[in-house]
Design a protein around this ligand. Sequence first.
Ligand code: SAM
Length: 199
Amino acid sequence: MSASVAAADPRATRSAIEALAPWFHNLHLPDGEQTAPNHPLGDFTSFKWRQIAPHVPDDLDGLQVLDIGCNAGFYSFQLAARGARVTAIDIDPHYLAQARWASRRFGLEDRIEFRCMQLYDLARERSQFDLVWFMGVPTCGIRCSRSTSCAAAPAACCCCRPWPCRARRWPLHRRTSRWRNAIACWRRDGRRWPSSRNG
Ligand SMILES: C[S@@+](CC[C@H](N)C(=O)[O-])C[C@H]1O[C@@H](n2cnc3c(N)ncnc32)[C@H](O)[C@@H]1O
């Protein structure tokens, strides 16, 4: 993701990062600062994204994306940088404060709407989304899949589920890899999401 805003005073950036701590997402900010450089999982957002990115179209212009459990916004920023309009929800206002701050640092605040919201409330959501991004959120599978597959009515889902789920009738939870954190991108019609790099 390219830096789209002018470099800020590094001391001001560092003190803002400290004021917003603790961080789960290690964001690489445009001025070179990182939000969690000593994260116990390492720079996991970066290496996960390197695996996922080739499966996501480069051009998401005009697509409406829902990022469930957005945390500090790492994936929302990647998707917005590819042109998507993102609705990013999280249950925790602490993480949303980080995400709002970071979105301004990336110059993406106009492309992302952050909402403090419980995933299960999506069952009452009227909006429709082209892509639902659903990564690493602890859930009750059947309830969350009904919320995301039915209410949000996505055309495609990218789901990384860390826990087994019995909700097999919903494609959101189809496993496509033996890797425990399987990445699955597919459309509501069952076809793989078309990728500009993977065909
Ligand atoms: C392990 S983090 C994953 C963050 C990000 N999706 C990722 O893959 O890096 C889980 C996030 O989901 C949020 N979360 C947990 N339960 C939630 C719920 N029921 N509704 C909305 N957000 C939730 C947490 O606050 C946290 O930010």
